[in-house]
Design a protein around this ligand. Structure first.
Ligand SMILES: Cc1cc2nc3c(=O)[nH]c(=O)nc-3n(C[C@H](O)[C@H](O)[C@H](O)COP(=O)(O)O)c2cc1C
Length: 190
């Protein structure tokens, strides 16, 4: 698949078939992830590949808890219709764990350390595109409390679970979500 068509046709997948994704395919997707740029080439990511049912059940329970909390905080009733069954369905969940110590010069800046999170997000986008190029669906998922995910996955407190990526065969054909034209979002200063 050509890069531009991959970018244009990728979309978030929230319904997966149970078909297994083999280890070689997962490794290819992760190899695309680590090609992302990072501050000082610090490569501040680690990947936890989850297939174990008991762990995904714990992550699912955490997402349900977060949804209940978010409804309480926001009053957004529509959130109660949001189902996270994909955490149980998707054959592979990859948690991307960032290292705040590998963040580049921003560690000395007042606004704080975001470089490692940006690098993890770049790695995740590479993974989403690689999965799509391999005819797999994927989802960038962040609805969890970081400390709860640390507890479930035994991640040390010095590291940050940045996001979870669900990967698997899409249940239905995928239609890209609409976007505003980039021209509406752009200013040229010539
Ligand atoms: C930082 C980030 C966090 C996201 N977190 C979630 C999430 O927790 N749950 C979810 O269903 N989708 C999540 N998404 C996916 C977005 O909802 C999705 O990208 C957006 O609606 C645009 O749709 P598309 O990816 O199909 O183009 C997240 C995306 C990003 C970039």
């Amino acid at each position: 698949m050509d890069l531009f068509s991959a970018i244009e046709t990728r979309t978030s997948c929230r319904q997966f078939l149970p078909d297994a994704v083999d280890r070689e395919t997962i490794d290819r997707i992760l190899a695309a992830g680590v090609r992302a740029p990072s501050p000082l080439n610090s490569q501040p990511w680690q990947f936890i590949v989850i297939r174990a049912p008991a762990i995904r059940q714990a992550i699912y329970a955490e997402a349900q808890r977060c949804i209940a909390w978010a409804i309480e905080q926001s009053g957004w009733k529509w959130l109660s219709k949001y189902k996270t069954d994909f955490l149980l369905q998707a054959p592979v969940l990859v948690v991307v764990v960032g290292d705040p110590k590998k963040t580049g010069m921003d560690m000395f800046q007042e606004e704080g350390t975001v470089g490692y999170q940006l690098a993890c997000a770049a790695a995740i986008q590479n993974m989403l595109l690689a999965a799509h190029a391999l005819d797999l669906g994927s989802l960038f998922f962040t609805l969890f409390d970081k400390n709860q995910l640390r507890r479930i996955l035994d991640i040390p407190k010095e590291k940050t679970p940045v996001a979870l990526v669900c990967i698997g065969k899409p249940k239905d054909p995928q239609n890209p979500a609409p976007r505003k034209d980039s021209k509406e979002k752009t200013v040229y200063l010539d």
